[in-house]
Design a binder for this molecule. Structure first.
Ligand code: AMP
Ligand code: ZN
Length: 142
């Protein structure tokens, strides 16, 4: 547990939450400032700042819980769709430094936008640049 982490304090029960799922590893609760009815956050109980810091087995359990909860959340609020996403790091808009997946129920004509609307100025990458990026990502996994 990280003493000054708000999500660790939620897991510990020191801050109240509307809990929708809990097991030994994972915790899920309603977002206190929801983007839509049913907006849910899924977190590991242990403090890991972002996906990059999260052990693979824990990340797998978070994803597995997202997989279970997405249909339950959608059904609970009668949503035909949802946006499921991580703000992974401060530059990506992560405000709480304890990794969390968002389930944001979506509705026809809700005025929300797709992930493709995250960026307004898309980079104009050449084929060579794309080839280099492809190679670099493959090399980083070696
Ligand atoms: P992010 O910007 O991805 O770090 O998202 C953090 C989310 O945590 C926001 O959607 C907040 O509304 C939510 N949040 C912050 N504090 C609480 C809290 N005490 N209980 C529930 N959700 C919270
Ligand atoms: Zn934490």
């Amino acid at each position: 547990m990280s003493e000054d982490c708000i999500f660790c304090q939620i897991v510990a029960g020191d801050i109240p939450s509307r809990t929708v799922y809990e097991d030994d590893t994972v915790f899920a609760f309603l977002d206190a400032n929801p983007l839509s009815p049913g907006h849910t956050l899924v977190i590991p109980k242990a403090h890991h700042e972002r996906l990059n810091d999260t052990p693979a087995d824990v990340a797998g359990e978070v994803l597995s819980t997202l997989h279970e909860l997405v249909p339950a959340v959608e059904a609970a609020v009668d949503a035909p769709a949802s946006t499921v996403a991580f703000n992974n790091g401060e530059a990506a808009g992560q405000e709480v430094p304890h990794v969390h997946g968002h389930i944001v129920p979506r509705f026809e004509d809700d005025g929300g936008r797709p992930i493709h609307a995250l960026v307004t100025d898309r980079p104009d990458l050449s084929d060579d640049e794309l080839d280099d990026i492809e190679d670099d990502i493959v090399a980083e996994q070696a």
